[in-house]
Write a protein that binds this ligand. Sequence first.
Ligand SMILES: Cc1cc2nc3c(=O)[nH]c(=O)nc-3n(C[C@H](O)[C@H](O)[C@H](O)COP(=O)(O)OP(=O)(O)OC[C@H]3O[C@@H](n4cnc5c(N)ncnc54)[C@H](O)[C@@H]3O)c2cc1C
Ligand code: FES
Length: 370
Amino acid sequence: MILASAISVYVLSVGTFAGLTVALAGLLILAERFLVNYGVCKLDINAGEKPLEVKGGQSLLAALYANEIFIPSACGGKGTCGHCKITVTAGGGPVLPTETPYLSRQEVRSNVRLACQVKIREDIYVRIPEEMLNVKMFNAVVESATTLTYDIREVRMKLIEPAEIKQRPGQYVQIQAPSPDGPVFRAYSISSATYETDVVELVVRLVPGGIGSTYLHNIQPGDPIVFTGPYGEFILNEDPNTEIVCVGGGCGMAPMKNIIYSIYDRWPDRVCWLFFGCRTTADVFYLERFQELARKFPNLKIIYALSDKLGPEEKWDGESGFVHLSVDKYLEPGVPRQAFLCGPPLMIEAATRVLQEKGLKPEDIFYDEF
Ligand SMILES: Cc1cc2nc3c(=O)[nH]c(=O)nc-3n(C[C@H](O)[C@H](O)[C@H](O)COP(=O)(O)OP(=O)(O)OC[C@H]3O[C@@H](n4cnc5c(N)ncnc54)[C@H](O)[C@@H]3O)c2cc1C
Ligand code: FES
């Protein structure tokens, strides 16, 4: 009896304490939101290169965006994509638990933060790479929208303002898509070549229920469209004797198409491999146009592979099996190469293993997982 009442007193006190803590935390959040005024704070970029004055209380990402500094942000500032990393040298407060899953120990030591999670409460000092300061917001109009397969669509956007883009192969843009909670941004690789300066083309796979991909699968020629960019750190090896190996599947085609067309515009004799993995013939696209390009540039090698067994009606004279097996079959070891992989994580893992066996060093293998 005594033991039972002691336990109920204990449970009651713990419950009361927990309830009070939660209520207090809620009150603090509300008080900060409605009562605390941080005034105007200094936002210093690159040690005085771009000094700004911003309203305190907002996120660093929002303050930068309001000043037309477009940091990558695929989740719209919810702290779930890890894209919005920048260096905060002072005034950012402690690293929050919401940031740690996305930051390596080295990044934490180097003051890298998620800009969407850092709230401006005092003067703040940040470092932003020059290239990111040059990211622009583009107004464009849909020039064409072409169905490539049952779930992949090519969208070409004619630039209006600014009228030209300077991009490197392998870079991406962030498309602004409408959603019930306001506009969201989603990343899409640029599939048009670098010499097409007045157009940005995308290759988009429809994710059922997905906000960005559904929007891009429904827009029509003539529709206005807004995006920011270009983003991305891939640097193409400029030595024409270094072979380029592209391995991918599905919408991973986008950056690889850009790389291949941009390469043959500059180096007509360069050796370039495209290994493209599909499940069935229904997933095959762009094969004929690449075969035509390869007739013009014979050092371009095009290898498509189907991983599923052929159906009774299907005809196929390309490779069979997972695409990394084709990489293994065709590439001789010991040749100087740079590789760009783009597709699902399992494909990237398997292809990376094969490429390393062929002698490529980790720093020569670049990948985008999506
Ligand atoms: C650097 C970069 C480049 C990219 N380039 C391209 C590109 O060229 N072409 C392209 O089509 N996509 C590309 N993506 C993916 C793209 O940014 C979106 O993540 C994708 O289109 C889904 O967005 P959504 O708004 O349609 O779906 P959301 O509204 O974000 O998600 C809806 C639901 O689908 C799930 N989901 C989200 N993404 C996927 C996925 N990839 N597969 C399966 N389920 C998913 C979510 O968990 C959620 O449940 C790229 C991503 C990155 C980071
Ligand atoms: S914008 Fe996605 S984590 Fe910051």
